[in-house]
Structure formats: C-alpha cells, structure tokens
Design a protein around this ligand. Structure first.
Ligand code: ADP
Ligand code: MG
Length: 260
C-alpha cells in the first residue's frame, strides 16, 4: 500500500503572553491509503492543533508533513490553498456552511470550485447526502437543519472531491448514538472504498470500532497506538500498561523511538 500521509517530528508551540505552550510535541506517524484512524486523547492534548497542521491550515513550529508524497509546507501559501482544495477534505467543529445555499448546493459548491460539476461529479453530491441520512433535507437551508444535520452536510462536502486525506474533528459531537454510528461507519467505508486516508478525532471510545488503528495523544505526544481489537481500557488511563504499543516499524516509520 502506498503512503498517503507522513508526519515527521511535528512540533507546534503557541506564544501565550510571555510564555510558550507546546501543543504538539514531536509527533511522527504514517497513514497508508485506505486507512481510517481514530485520534483520541483528553481535552487539551493537541488533537485539533495536529489536525489543523495536517490540513495545512496551521504552520508547525518545526517538522514536516507529506501528503501523497508532496511536502505541504514547502509549498507557497497559494499553492497550498489549491492543494488543500483538491487533496484534503476537512470538517472542523465550526461547520461554516454557506447560509444562503441549500444542503445540496453547499456540497456541490466544492465541485464547482474545482471544475468538477459535471456528469460524473453531480450525482455524487446527492449520493453522499443520502448515505449520511439526509435524503429528506437536500433542498433546505442550513438554518433549517439541526446542528447534527449541518455537521453531516459538512462531512458530505468534505468528501465530495474524493480527497487523498479526509480529516474530521469530532464529527459525532452533536449526534445521537445511532446517528453517530451511522456517520462513522459511512466515513470508514468511504475511506476504505475510495482508498483515501482518513483521520477522525473523537473522545467517544464507542466510535473507534470502525477504525483500523487508534492513535492516542497525551500532552502533545503520541501515547498508545492500538487497534479496536485491543483492550481499550488503557486509552481511558494513559498510564495503564494494558495496551500494546504498536512499534515504529509496524507504523511504517523507520526512525527509532518516535512512537515510544
Ligand atoms: P485538543 O483538541 O486535544 O483539545 P488543542 O489542540 O485544542 O487540544 O489544544 C492543545 C493545547 O494548545 C491546549 O493547551 C490549548 O490550550 C493550547 N492551544 C490551542 N490553540 C491555541 C491557541 N490558538 N493559542 C494558544 N494556545 C492554544
Ligand atoms: Mg479539539
């Protein structure tokens, strides 16, 4: 399998007053095409910061990100914006739907921006919304949708371009359990079918069963990396020894010590 994403020694520090907060503290991992990963960890552990860096929205203090073999932060800002639009689909907690466009039009918008609003692209917008359980809500405006429905429209929009990398920050935060499972299962199966890579941030451990791997962040570093079949109690307690730590070699990352 080809490597979809490679993060190497990523560090992000924020200046806060006269001090420095290290939100991401030397994170390295790789994702293969077709892999769907859950990123878990306590609040403040650096998950959103890491996702924003992977999306090319936030410049790391040091370290590199390669997506589909291309170095994200070697690009000029304008090239990175263009790359992001073609190759990266993301939904963050704030959905930013266009208020005067319907659900369907919001999803189609990205097709138009990329010149893919054609016979091949058009049916996909509707298909995705139906897959996400929104067949009754295609033609209504965002303000007529619940928070959870808006979130699902944003997820459909993030997937419409079949991005190489799909990033989603707490996609199930405002969904009931049944909907949440439906959305996560859809995300996982789309990633598996389309062969793109996906990362979902969640702090709901029930949602990790569809993930191929679970990566835990603790204090800006990688903690445990496990699969849904392992004993997940270790993820609730970062200090527990119960979880198996996947080795750097298994991760496809050769540099010794980085996953420890
Ligand atoms: P998580 O998503 O896991 O809750 P975040 O990435 O949001 O974690 O935050 C990681 C750390 O970085 C926290 O200590 C948070 O307070 C800090 N942080 C996040 N964003 C900023 C910012 N824009 N400026 C200063 N500190 C920040
Ligand atoms: Mg967060």
């Amino acid at each position: 399998m080809a490597i979809a994403l490679e993060a190497r020694s990523v560090v992000k520090q924020y200046q806060v007053g006269s001090g420095t907060v290290t939100a991401v503290d030397g994170v390295s991992f790789t994702l293969e095409q077709g892999e769907f990963v859950a990123l878990v960890g306590p609040s403040g552990s650096g998950k959103t910061t890491m996702l924003a860096i992977l999306a090319g929205l936030l410049q790391p203090t040091s370290g590199t990100i390669a997506i589909d073999g291309e170095e994200l932060f070697d690009m000029k800002e304008s090239a990175r914006a263009e790359f992001r639009r073609r190759k990266i689909g993301f939904t963050f907690q704030a959905n930013n739907l266009v208020p005067y466009l319907t659900a369907l039009e919001n999803v189609e918008l990205l097709l138009r921006l990329n010149g893919q609003y054609n016979a091949a692209g058009k049916p996909r917008a509707k298909e995705l919304l139906v897959l996400l359980g929104l067949e009754e809500r295609l033609n209504v405006l965002p303000r007529q949708l619940s928070g959870g429905q808006q979130q699902r429209v944003a997820i459909a929009r993030s997937l419409i371009n079949q991005p190489a990398l799909m990033l989603s920050d707490e996609p199930t935060a405002s969904l009931d359990t049944e909907r949440a499972y439906q959305v996560v299962e859809t995300l996982a199966s789309l990633v598996h079918e389309q062969g793109n890579a996906g990362i979902m941030v969640t702090h709901d451990l029930r949602m990790v069963e569809y993930a191929d791997r679970i990566i835990q962040m603790v204090d800006g570093r990688l903690g445990q990396i496990v699969t849904p079949k392992d004993d997940l109690s270790c993820l609730a307690d970062p200090n527990a020894a119960a979880c198996r730590l996947i080795t750097a070699e298994e991760l496809g990352y050769a540099e010794a010590g980085t996953a420890a």
